[in-house]
Ligand binder design. Structure first.
Ligand SMILES: NC(=O)c1ccc[n+]([C@@H]2O[C@H](COP(=O)([O-])OP(=O)(O)OC[C@H]3O[C@@H](n4cnc5c(N)ncnc54)[C@H](OP(=O)(O)O)[C@@H]3O)[C@@H](O)[C@H]2O)c1
Length: 337
């Protein structure tokens, strides 16, 4: 294995701004602390929160690197004091609180999952952020389970495509919304049971029609604002509403008596700020529940496009243009080892 250099190429903008601030700079290679591993990054996933961080609207939590990037795949090249040396050389993907757009990144050992033969490094890098988010929100907070029908907004987003994939693996019917007929067709091809073009149709009426008036068991919402009361109308009795983003607004007016009458639950969460202990617990659960599907080739992320690290600005431009279906990934280093 090659020696670990002192410096590396990374995307670490000095000030917020447009995609043009994403230039490659030299940064010190981080050193793994207690409980951490150092990963030579092969590929890094791009997520909407990276765009918000770049714009200055989503600062990294205290202690997290300012280098962008919340998920990586690569090879462990060094370990912190209490991590077994046998980990060195392992191919892993990891959820990180920052630092992914770089040649090297540290990750808590507990937040790594092994990359099985069935996944390329690019595919593996596209999984952790959406997998952890969809699992903890749709499956844990909203208790989605076999036989349920659920509604997921943004059906062709990174999050939405992971939701379709996971629902397929666990026997859940998923209705999605998307902003064009092309995106709806893509969502149906990926396995959504129904796709509603929210620009052309009223999703509340369509959901009630599709479910025969019964409503869905859960809504995974990344839209917020005035979607909230409309989402509640889509829920059946005892339905669960989970907020993971507020793209249309931070505030909503909700019908309290309706929540009481139909025993609805309103909840939500943000992943990045959760502590390492929580994320390690989720990784442990995923390794038992979902990762066997990945090992058998049944869990594949939906890939939109890849860009080399030095074209990270173009990767963000593609995400902001909103034409992507699935995940955008940066290729960083060698894919083989
Ligand atoms: N809470 C958490 O822990 C957490 C973690 C990760 C991500 N997130 C959030 O999840 C969302 C998706 O992330 P991603 O990385 O998958 O991003 P992405 O691929 O860029 O997807 C964003 C999606 O939002 C949809 N959208 C935007 N404005 C909309 C509107 N007004 N009405 C309906 N849909 C709208 C778009 O769908 P159309 O093009 O079809 O309109 C698009 O598919 C982001 O908002 C992100 O911040 C939250």
């Amino acid at each position: 294995m090659d020696a670990i250099p002192d410096t590396m190429r990374a995307i670490d903008p000095e000030a917020p701004g447009g995609p043009e601030v994403l230039i490659v700079v030299d940064r010190p290679v981080p050193r793994p602390a207690l409980g951490e591993v150092l990963i030579r990054v092969a590929a890094a996933g791009v997520n909407r929160p990276d765009v918000m961080q770049r714009q200055g609207r989503y600062p990294p939590p205290p202690g997290a690197p300012t280098i962008l990037g919340l998920e990586i795949a690569g090879t462990i090249v060094a370990v912190g004091e209490d991590v077994g040396m046998e980990q060195i050389g392992q191919r892993v993907c990891a959820l990180v609180a920052g630092g992914g757009y770089a040649e090297y990144a540290v990750a808590p050992a507990g937040q790594c999952l092994p990359v099985p033969e069935s996944l390329t490094m690019i595919e593996a890098a596209a999984i952790p952020e959406t997998l952890f988010t969809v699992w903890t929100n749709l499956f844990e907070r909203a208790y989605a389970t076999e036989g349920d029908v659920v509604l997921v907004h943004g059906g062709t987003s990174g999050i939405g495509t992971m939701a379709i994939t996971l629902c397929g693996l666990f026997g859940i019917d998923v209705i999605v919304t998307a902003g064009s007929p092309e995106k709806c067709a893509a969502a149906l091809r990926l396995g959504a049971a129904h796709a509603i073009d929210y620009r052309a149709e009223d999703f509340v009426a369509r959901v009630r029609e599709i479910t025969g008036g019964k409503g869905v068991a859960a809504v995974l919402d990344m839209v917020g604002g005035d979607y909230l009361p409309r989402n509640l109308q889509c829920l059946g009795d005892d339905g669960r509403h989970v907020s993971i983003a507020v793209q249309r607004g931070l505030e909503a007016t909700i019908p309290i008596f309706e929540i009481m009458r139909r025993r609805l639950t309103i909840t939500g969460s943000t992943l990045r700020a959760r502590d390492t202990g929580f994320k390690a617990l989720v990784a442990d659960e995923l390794s038992r529940t979902v990762w066997p599907h990945a090992e058998q080739g049944r869990l594949k992320p939906v890939l939109d496009r890849t860009f080399p690290l030095d074209q990270a600005a173009d990767a963000h431009r593609r995400m902001e243009a909103g034409d992507h279906v699935g995940k955008i990934v940066l290729t960083v280093g060698a894919m083989g080892d």
